[in-house]
Design a protein around this ligand. Structure first.
Ligand code: FES
Length: 126
């Protein structure tokens, strides 16, 4: 399904790595392993380096997202309001750690750093 994207790029050009990763992620919503291998072969960059780039940038995902994405802010203001407890409660309820998706693919739990809503940071002290 993703092989058509290579028609728009020159092979062996490592400068196209990030645009290719972005296009693949647009197609699948994440970066499947077989697509990373194909990109590695196309741009002639070792697979380990492709993974290095894909894991360095927050925009890229190596796992598919769930139907619903829950983001818990762990920025300073939310940390002070004890957002860790919200995160722990969600992890316990969903049965997954932050950065993962539930088995039924209904929820993905993520941690973010400040979403610009510091003044309304919720507190959870239970
Ligand atoms: S620190 Fe959480 S919204 Fe800013």
């Amino acid at each position: 399904m993703h092989n058509k994207i290579f028609e728009n790029y020159q092979p062996n050009d490592r400068s196209t790595l990030i645009p290719l990763l972005q296009e693949v992620q647009t197609i699948y919503g994440y970066l499947p392993e077989n697509a990373l291998r194909d990109i590695s072969n196309f741009v002639k960059v070792p697979l380990s380096r492709v993974y290095g780039v894909a894991t360095f940038y927050n925009q890229f995902r190596l796992m598919p997202l769930g139907e619903n994405i829950i983001r818990v802010c762990r920025g300073t203001a939310c940390h002070v309001k004890n957002s860790a407890n919200i995160l722990f409660a969600l992890e316990a309820e969903l049965g997954v750690m932050a950065g993962h998706t539930t088995r039924d693919k209904k929820f993905t739990l993520e941690v973010v750093n400040c979403i610009g809503a510091c003044s309304i940071a919720p507190g959870y002290f239970g």
